[in-house]
Design a protein around this ligand. Sequence first.
Ligand SMILES: Cc1cc2nc3c(=O)[nH]c(=O)nc-3n(C[C@H](O)[C@H](O)[C@H](O)COP(=O)(O)O)c2cc1C
Length: 401
Amino acid sequence: MADLGIEFAGLNCMSPFILASAPPTATGEMIQRAFEAGWSGAVTKTIALEPAIDARPRLARLAMANRTIGLENIELISQRNLDTWVKDIEEIKRQYPDHVLFASLMAAVAMEEWHSLIKQVEEAGVDGLELNFGCPHGMPEKGMGSVQGQDPTIAGDITRWAKEIATVPVMVKLTPNVTDIVQIGEACEEAGADAISAINTVSALIGIDLDRLEPLPSVGGISALGGYSGPGVKPIGLRCVAQLAKGTDLPLSGIGGIARWQDAAEYILVGASTVQVCTAVMLQGYGIVEKMKKGLSAYMDEKGFQSVGEMRGEVLPKITSHEELDFAHKVVAAIDEALCSRCGLCHTACMDGGWQAIEMESREVYPRVVIERCDGCSLCTLVCPVEGCITMVPLQTRQHS
Ligand SMILES: Cc1cc2nc3c(=O)[nH]c(=O)nc-3n(C[C@H](O)[C@H](O)[C@H](O)COP(=O)(O)O)c2cc1C
């Protein structure tokens, strides 16, 4: 059996699966239940010197066929005060000494504030710190959260202040709402950060209630921009982690849209050592972790990876610059008539969004690929409702078959 244990920034994690700073880690009682359910670690809901006051409601979703594609929240940091958190942290560590507990922290650009927070959570017994440089709503207006993570000088300064007094590893949680996340990662690395987690939520406006003419989530008729999370942000999270893995030497904790073992595997393959989960747990509960651990372990066995460390970054060398792609590599579409339902979706898509290379006179006949016109874009494979019916094959194979 593959070893799911992983050393992360000097901490021993029983598995890569950690709960992200969010509602599922809002109290000590919740974190203890999560550990019982199989999570190897948790990052507390963000703690500050002053607790937050939240708007209600503060969640809205983007759904397709009633499946949540993404969630937007306008939630702030923890509503609980520092003293309560100190007691919770002490109790969690007393009950679960072998689980990894990070305190997520947020403060103004003021050294004394960061030092005060760090001292108190460290004395309570946390194993690591996560500096929240990523919250994109509510807190930036107060000079905190993503405004700190959008400025390499500020992010570097705060990381340096934290490292001056911290005796446990310091992880910085970065925002994707920047032009170049690597620049911010490098600044934190230079300032002594021990690890990076990415991503926090993506700045968003989830939608408009067309009947009421109100933005969502509507707080008595008005709203504010919020943070987008869940399956829809996974490509952004993966991109950021891949970029940070290439651009820095720090251990990475991948976050964003992780709901299944496959998502976690993808993050590890592009360079993450651990992964953090929020939205999937909010929607499905702590129990999803057991399935994710089993699935990842079975996948590692199948692929011959003995450990997470061995698997980490395996796909990274294959992510290259566009100009290095092989432009001589040519593929064309091939339709398997045995599977084709003659729905015509490939024909329509190719006519109006492709290269007019799929002919279909009527629903009575099978669509036919005109090889000379097919440019190999693969749009038809994406619209075809039947798995495996349309595939992209090397041009030579197709010409000789
Ligand atoms: C309702 C909600 C509250 C959140 N609160 C925090 C927070 O207090 N601190 C923080 O660093 N991130 C917070 N996040 C961001 C998550 O930790 C995570 O970075 C983001 O949701 C992407 O992961 P996911 O797609 O698994 O949800 C919050 C996310 C949601 C949905």
